[in-house]
Every structure is written in structure tokens, then in C-alpha cells.
Ligand binder design. Structure first.
Ligand code: ZN
Length: 366
């Protein structure tokens, strides 16, 4: 069976304006590009085409998420605020989340794109799928846009699986370099969803994503944060999967796995200080696929989040999609040698200490 790939040019028309990286411009800050710029994502799709992989994937067409689907997670006030801002010339929709004209409709198409991917996998049309959507979603809270995210695409798809499809257990494995705080918040008291986030310690949001944040009420224990120290390389990420992510998924046995997939843990990303490489992302994808085959018939959807180095992100995307589809194009990542040769890829003791503490949380999982 094939791998689904979902993309739409409209995703690239979500206008984040001329900030200087993640901060507003204005004297003394010269206007520049916003970090969450369309090219970091469009170039992933372009490399898939040029490599020859794109035509071997099954194209999936996004549809707008319905209000009912959005409101399973967000408040009516939040939805209306985004709708109103989009009708004028754009606003800051929340915390560091600029949006332009038409961004409301594009954000609905982004959330609906991930829903389409989970439906395609659940319905057996494709084996697994990658949703290259924009704007991203994993920082959006119930009533607040945050961190370039308007609607919680992954969380909304999770509620769709639980409520429209009546699945009993789902899991999220967020490998974006920033904490998946929105997905965590969506299922904080919900034992139907295991939310796992592997992120750089105290990167964004500030003071979010600690080991001690484990969920509450009936959801206690079903949220696992692995705040890796800055400078973590492929060795730390592989150990995190081997000792925490894979054992947790084996224990929880979800019926479906959603991966909020950012490539900002890549070495040389401007908004992160980790050292992942395309070979590293290949390895994590293989580990995910193996455990997904074991626990949920391989049902796996990756939805795009961050990743701000426009030169390297396409090669991380190609590596992940080659592994998901099992089709190798022969394209060589020209950055692999440089990034893979950096010092510190071997698991370091201070990284192992964090991973060991997270592994203890898996022990406690019911
Ligand atoms: Zn990120």
C-alpha cells in the first residue's frame, strides 16, 4: 500500500508578514522575514518533486475543517477571533502569531488536511501519510493562538479519531524541537490520549514541557515530556525513542499514532539548538513505523509543524518520506556529512539522565 502525501499551494499563502525572525520589527530592528516563512515548507514539496518521489506517493486533497471539528478543541471565541482578524488586514492572533488576510480559511484547510490524512489511513486508502500543512498547530491552546499556530491541527485530528470514529486510544509523538504544549493541554485530563513530546529543554514556550508535567485527573500519567538538553544529537534522540517512546507506545497500545513533525531539531536550525540530521530522522521514522506495525497495524500520520532552515529542511522531509514509503530515490543529502560530523552526536551523560527520568514515567504508565 502507498504512502499518502497532502499539500496545497494555499498553505503557502498564509502571510506571516515582515517580522525579524520571531520578533516584530521597528527601530532599532530592521524589517526582515518572519521565521515561519512559506519557503521552508514549499521547498520540502519541491525536493519531493525533483527527487522523483512525489509522483510515487498517493496525493491526498485537503478540505476545510468544519466548525464542529474545530470546536471539539477550541472555544467559539477563539474561532471568531481568527475569523475576524482574517477578514481585515491581519492581526497578531495571540502570542507571536501574526496572520494575514485569508489566514482563517487557510488555517481551516490546514486542520482539515490532517483530518483527511487520518481518514485516509483509517479507511485503508493509504498505509501512512504525511500532511505538509501550514500554518502549524501544536502550540495553539483552546482559547489562544500561540507560537505561529492558529488551530491545533494534531489535537483536532485526535478528537476526530476519538469522537467521530470512536477510537478508544490514540497517541501523539511530537518531535518538533519546541514543546507540544497545545496538544498536551488538549488531552491534559484525558486518558484516551497518550501525549509524548521530545523537545529542547525550556526553549518555547518558556517554562513549558517539564518532566513533572504528567497530566491531571483521569489523564494523570498519560503525558510524557522529554526535555532534552540543548546540543542533543542523533544518539540522544535514538536513545529517547528506544528507552521512552517505543516502550510507552508498546505499553499504551494506541489504535492510531499522530506525529507533530517539526524539522527544527535539525542542526543549524535558527530556532533550536539540537543536532538532528536526515539520517537521524530516517532512524526515528523506522523506529516509529516498527512500533506502529506492532501496536496499531502501522496507522501513522505525520503532520508538519516547525523547521526554519530552508536549505536543510527539504532533505529531512525527503528522508522521512523515503522511509514512510519504502522508496529510496538515490538523492544524497549534501548536508548529511557536515551535520553528521559535528561533535556530540554520541549520547552524553547529562542527556542520558533526562532520558532515564522519562523512562521511569513509562514504568508508571497503566
Ligand atoms: Zn518548533
Amino acid at each position: 500500500m502507498a504512502t499518502g502525501f497532502l499539500y496545497h499551494e494555499l498553505y503557502m499563502w498564509h502571510d506571516t508578514g515582515h517580522l525579524a525572525g520571531p520578533v516584530p520589527y521597528g527601530n532599532p530592528v530592521q524589517p526582515y522575514e518572519h521565521s515561519e516563512h512559506p519557503e521552508t515548507k514549499r521547498r520540502i514539496r519541491n525536493l519531493l518533486e525533483v527527487s522523483g518521489l512525489l509522483k510515487q506517493l498517493t496525493p491526498l486533497e485537503p478540505r476545510p475543517a468544519t466548525e464542529e471539528e474545530i470546536l471539539r478543541f477550541h472555544t467559539r471565541a477563539h474561532l471568531e477571533r481568527i475569523r475576524a482578524g482574517s477578514a481585515y488586514f491581519g492581526i497578531d492572533a495571540g502570542v507571536a502569531t501574526p496572520m494575514g488576510r485569508g489566514s482563517f480559511e487557510i488555517a481551516l484547510l490546514s486542520a482539515g488536511g490532517v483530518i483527511e490524512c487520518v481518514d485516509a489511513v483509517l479507511g485503508g486508502r493509504v498505509e501512512n501519510a504525511y500532511a505538509l500543512v501550514r500554518p502549524p498547530g501544536h502550540h495553539a491552546l483552546r482559547d489562544l493562538a500561540m507560537g505561529f499556530c492558529l488551530f491545533g491541527n494534531a489535537a483536532i485530528s485526535g478528537f476526530h479519531l476519538l469522537e467521530a470514529h470512536q477510537l478508544a486510544r490514540i497517541a501523539f509523538v511530537d518531535w518538533d524541537v519546541h514543546h507540544g504544549n497545545g496538544t498536551q493541554a488538549a488531552f491534559w485530563e484525558d486518558p484516551r490520549a497518550l501525549t509524548i513530546s521530545i523537545h529542547q529543554d525550556n526553549c518555547f514556550p518558556p517554562n513549558s514541557g517539564q518532566l513533572s508535567d504528567r497530566g491531571a485527573g483521569k489523564g494523570e500519567g498519560y503525558n510524557i515530556n522529554i526535555p532534552l538538553p540543548p546540543g542533543s544529537g542523533v544518539g540522544a534522540y535514538e536513545a529517547t525513542f528506544d528507552r521512552v517512546v517505543v516502550p510507552a507506545l508498546r505499553k499504551f497500545r494506541p489504535e492510531f499514532i499522530i506525529v507533530p513533525s517539526g524539522f527544527d531539531a535539525g542542526a543549524h536550525d535558527p530556532l533550536g539548538r539540537q543536532m538532528m540530521t536526515s539520517d537521524g530522522f530516517r532512524s526515528l521514522t523506522r523506529k516509529l513505523m516498527a512500533v506502529a506495525n506492532e501496536v496499531c497495524g502501522g496507522r501513522l500520520v505525520l503532520c508538519h509543524e516547525g523547521g526554519y532552515n530552508a536549505a536543510t529542511a527539504p532533505f529531512f522531509g525527503l528522508a522521512v518520506l523515503e522511509e514512510l514509503s519504502g522508496i529510496h530515490t538515490g538523492v544524497v543529502d549534501p548536508f548529511q556529512e557536515m551535520l553528521g560530523g559535528l561533535g556530540g552526536h554520541v549520547l552524553q551523560p547529562h542527556q542520558e539522565a533526562v532520558i532515564g527520568s522519562a523512562a521511569e514515567l513509562v514504568e508508571a504508565l497503566q
